[in-house]
Design a protein around this ligand. Structure first.
Ligand code: BES
Ligand code: MN
Ligand code: MN
Length: 465
């Protein structure tokens, strides 16, 4: 289908590419690391930058204070009567450490040409999620510039705490239900299927985050004077962590797999038809031997099986040289990825009970909660999803994939439970973007074709009225 208006909008996006990159660079330059209080002012500045940018294209937009980092909310009601969409993205980013592994400074976005002709936009947040959220903003900008309005009514919600547990999100949504409710949510925070094939993600894993702090003696001790006799909290901690998995890679918490269903045969068959390169997936990160649950493919392990990972561990002397110490304390950060059927509260309770049962009477343990969200499966047959798949196929010249992801985007479940709204998760990130790692990048092609894709999707959704 050709449409003169849409063609003009797409041409505008092409002509505006350099300016749109400048805007993305300006956004990436602000170090909005949400988990570290030292960057709170930068998070606020990022929210202000985004609200001002939305205003410049005619949105009624503002930063909204929360008890954490601000939200940004904007509305553009220039579209005709018909569907109303809520676009969600997050402006906060992950810490940059280890900073010495970055080839260019993380907050100095840089275009890096690749031998194969690709161009990378390198910087923290270039992909997750600043580059991705700007694809939507740039698509709106082009529609407004060319036609003076948007094809549908659009609201936007940008969050600044996604990477650090979204503490303000539920209260904010609860307090602004009427303002945020739309017919469907659009989310741009997921991966492509492969470098030529964008994906709409319909299955997300949930997440339970826990930090545990173990205390044994009331001070650090000389290990010659106390070793063997005094309990070592690092030993205790590592024994407990090791006990979370059995030899076959299954999680040992009682009830952990309650409610977890085997993948329906039809989905399994569909996944098997997808050209997923199991060995290549690990080879790409310097590994070759699959770990984890025995008898499950890598894809199954990541998309449809629950798991437990230790994400950080602290204790004892970790500075230069050597110190013969028995520390008083040790701690760890542990996360569980959940699939459909698992209850985050029950998993958290089972974990705490498992740990407490292993703490001797003269030692103690404390827990800190770091977010919890159930997994989510979205309907794959809605007319809006079908219209979006068609729009994506027109842009990328081949069928788009309907996929699952191992990552978690807690807000999508909240949209469903609190606002009764399904989400379309459309992603343009390549799986080798090194999100959360040093040298994060977004392909220029993801940015450019992602923007063009949203322009087409907005147009296609209007036709659904
Ligand atoms: N964009 C990611 C989620 C994601 C990762 C989707 C990979 C698809 C592929 C998101 O910003 C993220 O990192 N989420 C966190 C959850 C959060 C509660 C810390 C995650 O998945 O670890
Ligand atoms: Mn993200
Ligand atoms: Mn992330």
């Amino acid at each position: 289908m050709t449409d003169a208006k849409l063609d003009a909008v797409l041409a505008r996006i092409d002509a505006d590419l350099d300016a749109s990159l400048e805007r993305l660079f300006a956004l990436v330059r602000i170090p909005s690391i949400s988990t570290d209080p030292a960057y709170a002012a930068d998070c606020r500045r990022t929210a202000e930058w985004l609200a001002a940018d939305l205003k410049s294209i005619g949105f009624d937009a503002s930063p909204r204070p929360t008890t954490g980092h601000p939200m940004v909310v904007g509305h553009d009601r220039s579209g005709p009567d018909g569907p109303h969409v809520l676009f969600y993205g997050h402006y906060d980013v992950q810490p940059v450490d280890p900073v010495e592994l970055w080839k260019t400074p993380p907050f100095e976005p840089t275009l890096v040409p690749q031998p194969n002709g690709d161009t990378w936009i390198v910087g923290r947040g270039a992909s997750d999620d600043k580059g991705a959220l700007m694809t939507f903003v740039e698509a709106c900008r082009a529609w407004k510039a060319v036609t003076g309005s948007l094809p549908v009514k659009v609201s936007i919600l940008f969050e600044g705490e996604e990477e650090s547990g979204s503490a303000s999100l539920k209260p904010f949504m609860e307090a602004h239900k009427d303002e945020l409710k739309a017919d469907i949510a659009l989310v741009c925070d997921t991966d492509m299927w492969d470098e030529k094939t964008p994906a709409i993600t319909t299955m997300l894993r949930g997440l339970v985050g826990e930090e545990i702090f173990i205390t044994c003696a009331d001070r650090d001790l000389h290990s010659g004077m106390f070793g063997n006799a005094a309990r070592n909290p690092i030993h205790l901690l590592t024994e407990i962590l090791a006990s979370l998995r059995d030899a076959d890679g299954r999680i040992t918490l009682p009830g952990f797999y309650d409610g977890v269903k085997e993948l329906p045969a039809s989905v399994k068959a569909q996944w098997e038809r997808l050209p997923f390169d199991q060995e290549g997936y690990l080879r790409n990160v310097g590994l070759s031997i699959p770990a984890g649950e025995k008898g499950r493919s890598v894809q199954e392990q990541i998309w449809s099986r629950p798991t437990c990972e230790v994400n950080g561990i602290v204790g004892g002397y970790t500075g230069e040289g050597f110190k013969t110490v028995i520390p008083a304390k040790a701690s760890a950060k542990v996360s569980f990825r959940l699939v459909e059927g698992q209850d985050p509260a029950a998993i958290r309770a089972a974990f705490r009970a498992h740990v407490r049962a292993r703490i001797p009477a003269d030692c103690s343990v404390e827990f800190r909660e770091h977010g919890g969200s159930p997994a989510l499966v979205l309907p794959a047959d809605s007319s809006m999803l079908q219209a979006s798949l068609k729009a994506l196929a027109e842009e990328w010249g081949g069928e788009a994939a309907v996929a699952a992801t191992g990552g978690s985007i807690p807000v999508v479940g909240d949209f469903k439970r609190m606002l009764g709204m399904d989400a379309l998760m459309v992603g343009f990130a390549r799986f080798d973007n090194r999100i959360h790692s040093p040298n994060e990048k977004y392909d220029l092609s993801s940015f450019h074709h992602g923007t063009r894709s949203w322009a087409r999707i907005l147009h296609a959704l209007a036709a659904k009225a």
